[in-house]
Design a protein around this ligand. Structure first.
Ligand code: FPP
Length: 233
């Protein structure tokens, strides 16, 4: 089995991690940064080309206002604290989601990090922000409808490839492996189109405790799987 080219992670369990320590839920989000570092380093060391992290979903706006603000400010401080090091490691920062819906400050920091690292050829660190798989498909459908209405696209040309090309990051390969921490076994509107043939791994570890050894284990599990993509072995 070839090593995964693209790993996508639902960083779940921050709230439970904090609660189990008698801390506020938000402390779990703060503690998440170490795990992000570990995942980025591990991907660099193991030749993984793309790492997508589900950082904020289109549904997460329904959380208490203070928690939403904290996550947005963590995004800013993550970029500010880590940009130089990520540059040194040749990491390219990218983002997927309805970025126009993010608050102005985080959005502007994010866009400038994306621009600054655009030429980097190492790991692509993709942050899914204000992201929902259904929203992404609806956005692609709206673009297709507009192109058909303007006469630029013939309805008979709307095939799977046409949809793929109108997703947020059409050049990024589909994830080979999707990991969701904390034992929850749900996709929660993450990469619905792209994960059609992904392998899934659901370790019990809560995201703030996630370390390189958990990725070693995920790789072992992945390598033992047989991917058939609907065909025969
Ligand atoms: C899920 O845990 C986690 C989130 C909804 C937010 C993830 C955000 C970060 C890790 C920080 C911001 C991002 C960056 C890139 C710095 P949960 O709160 O649902 O945990 P629970 O299920 O235990 O309550």
């Amino acid at each position: 089995m070839n090593p995964p080219v693209h790993i996508a992670i639902v960083m779940d369990g921050n709230g439970r991690w904090a609660r189990s320590r008698g801390l506020a839920r938000t402390e779990g989000h703060r503690a998440a940064e170490t795990s992000i570092h570990q995942a980025v380093e591990w991907c660099g060391e193991n030749g993984v080309g793309h790492l997508t992290l589900f950082a904020f979903s289109t549904e997460n706006w329904s959380r208490p206002r203070a928690e939403v603000s904290l996550i947005m400010s963590l995004l800013r401080s993550f970029i500010r604290r880590n940009l130089e090091e990520l540059e040194r490691k040749d990491v390219r920062i990218r983002a997927m989601g309805r970025l126009e819906g993010l608050p102005a400050g985080p959005r502007s920091d994010l866009l400038s990090a994306i621009r600054r690292t655009e030429g980097n050829g190492g790991l692509q660190l993709i942050l899914a922000l204000n992201y929902g798989g259904r929203a992404e498909l609806a956005d692609a459908a709206r673009r297709i409808a507009a192109e058909v209405a303007s006469g630029a696209l013939d309805p008979s040309a709307v095939d799977e490839e046409a949809i793929s090309r109108r997703l947020y990051l059409p050049d990024v390969p589909d994830p080979d492996l999707v990991i969701r921490t904390s034992g929850e076994q749900r996709i929660s509107n993450f990469l619905l189109w792209q994960s059609a043939y992904s392998e899934f791994h659901f370790p019990e570890v809560l995201w703030p405790d996630f370390r390189k050894e958990h990725l070693d284990e995920a790789l072992r599990v992945y390598s033992a799987r047989q991917r058939r993509f609907g065909g025969l072995a």
